[in-house]
Design a protein around this ligand. Structure first.
Ligand SMILES: [Zn+2]
Length: 76
C-alpha cells in the first residue's frame, strides 16, 4: 500500500532528477545521484537507494512514478 507520508516529489530536467527541497536538511534544490538504470528499475518497483549529496542521509526508494519517489521510511 502506497502511503503519502512515504513519498517525495521530484523534478526531472533532461536525465537529471532534482528535489525541490531535501526532506532532511531542507536545502534546495538538490540534484539526486541516481543512475538511469536505477530510475528505470524503480519505475518497475525494484528497490534502489540514494545518498543525499547535501546531508548524506540515505533514502531507500521502493518505487517511482512520474512525479514521486516512494520510500521505505516516512519522509513527512
Ligand atoms: Zn539534505
Amino acid at each position: 500500500m502506497l502511503d503519502f507520508h512515504h513519498s517525495w516529489p521530484y523534478e526531472r530536467v533532461m536525465s537529471d532528477i532534482y528535489f525541490e527541497e531535501c526532506p532532511f536538511c531542507h536545502r534546495s534544490p538538490v540534484m539526486i545521484p541516481i543512475r538511469k538504470k536505477a530510475i528505470e528499475e524503480a519505475f518497475e518497483g525494484i528497490k534502489t537507494h540514494i545518498i543525499m549529496p547535501c546531508c548524506h542521509e540515505k533514502i531507500v526508494i521502493e518505487s517511482m512514478d512520474g512525479d514521486y519517489i516512494w520510500t521505505t521510511q516516512a519522509l513527512r
